[in-house]
Design a protein around this ligand. Structure first.
Ligand SMILES: [Zn+2]
Length: 137
């Protein structure tokens, strides 16, 4: 068992200071506690550096509030334009829907006629083949 002090360990006074550091610049601490922290920061460079990084993060977050959040010019027009123009998929779907819904009756009638002729032709061939076998037997 080692008795050497842990080099990463934070002294208790620094630990309690660091726990309250995030509230120091946001005026979330009592005046007394803020005075204690500032006195500690004056004599502890490690905690002072940490306090500085907290201030930097706080400033960066505050600056984000000023970032423009308006959409780029023309975005709405572009979206509306695309929403009204049919896509390739939509055009294909409309073509297919027309064939199914009867919007193109000539195409449907031609397809049904070809199908009926093929069925009748296949049946006739099968009937003749069977008839030929029976006649041969
Ligand atoms: Zn410290």
């Amino acid at each position: 068992m080692s008795t050497r002090p842990d080099p990463v360990a934070v002294p208790p006074r620094c630990a309690s200071t660091r726990a309250d550091l995030p509230g120091l610049d946001g005026h979330e601490l009592s005046t007394r506690r803020a005075t204690e922290l500032r006195a500690h920061l004056a004599g502890c460079p490690e905690c002072a550096e940490l306090a500085s990084s907290y201030r930097s993060v706080r400033r960066t977050l505050a600056d984000l509030h000023h970032v423009a959040s308006a959409p780029p010019a023309g975005l709405l027009d572009s979206i509306l334009e695309r929403s009204t123009a049919p896509s390739v998929r939509e055009r294909a779907a409309v073509y297919g829907r027309g064939a199914v819904s009867g919007a193109r009756p000539k195409v449907i009638a031609a397809g049904a006629g070809v199908g009926a002729l093929a069925t009748v032709g296949a049946g006739l061939l099968a009937w003749r083949a069977l008839r030929g076998r029976r006649a041969a037997a």
